[in-house]
Design a binder for this molecule. Structure first.
Ligand code: BEZ
Length: 219
């Protein structure tokens, strides 16, 4: 069954390049990003893994752990990692699940038979510290993911979770955000001391809450 936003991310135990991992235990209090690769020794995946490895410090800054998956065995992953380091200039510094029996791929609906019976699509699941799914993205095998967008969406998710706000189209960190419809104007005066611009009663823009003076965190 498809996994939807708000569902508890299915738990599993799997072999990875960094030992056996129980997903929920491994997440601990962190956010997580789980993404699938169609197959080892494939060109697009090679570039994606190199990029993810280079951006690991950015994910860590946001308290996000990275977990990759490919349906090939562990020995194959380890050989492939040598190529990734050689060609992308980055050591794969996060665990990669070996899933030759497609247990995790099936659990997470990463094989779309009308695309391929054997390759996974490029799935992305972002999971919060509460183990709930916060974002689901699915790309075809031929299209490499945009890791800058994944970081941006994590920033937007964390902004929405920490403050009662949403983010407008093409939002980037530091830009104005939208005050949640659940917040009355009376409440907004306390929560957003910098004030807001009321474009419409349902569209109130306020400066990035992490830059406003008083403590507006809801958690
Ligand atoms: C790739 O990662 O390059 C790839 C994998 C499967 C199908 C097409 C491309």
């Amino acid at each position: 069954m498809a996994i939807r936003i708000g569902d508890v991310a299915p738990d599993f135990t799997a072999e990875t390049t960094q030992g056996t991992i129980n997903f929920h235990e491994w997440l601990g209090d962190s956010w997580g990003i789980l993404f699938s690769h169609p197959k080892d020794f494939t060109p697009v995946c090679t570039t994606e893994l190199g990029m993810a490895a280079k951006l690991k410090p950015e994910f860590e800054k946001r308290n996000v752990k990275i977990l990759g998956l490919s349906v090939d065995p562990l020995e194959s992953h380890k050989e492939w990692e040598k190529d990734i380091e050689e060609t992308q200039g980055a050591e794969v510094n996060f665990p990669m699940i070996a899933d030759p029996e497609r247990k995790v791929a099936t659990l997470y609906d990463m094989i779309h038979p009308n695309a391929s019976d054997t390759f996974t699509v490029r799935s992305v699941y972002i999971v919060g510290p509460d183990k709930k799914v916060k974002l689901v993205l699915t790309y075809p095998a031929s299209v490499g993911r945009n890791f800058a967008e994944l970081l941006r969406v994590i920033d937007a998710l964390q902004m929405a979770e920490n403050y009662q706000v949403a983010t407008p189209a093409n939002w980037k960190p530091g830009e104005d955000v939208i005050i949640s419809l659940a917040v009355s104007n009376e409440e907004a005066k306390d929560k957003f001391p910098a004030g807001w611009k009321e474009v419409k009663p349902y569209l109130r823009l306020t400066p990035s809450p992490d830059k406003q003076k008083s403590e507006t965190k809801t958690a």
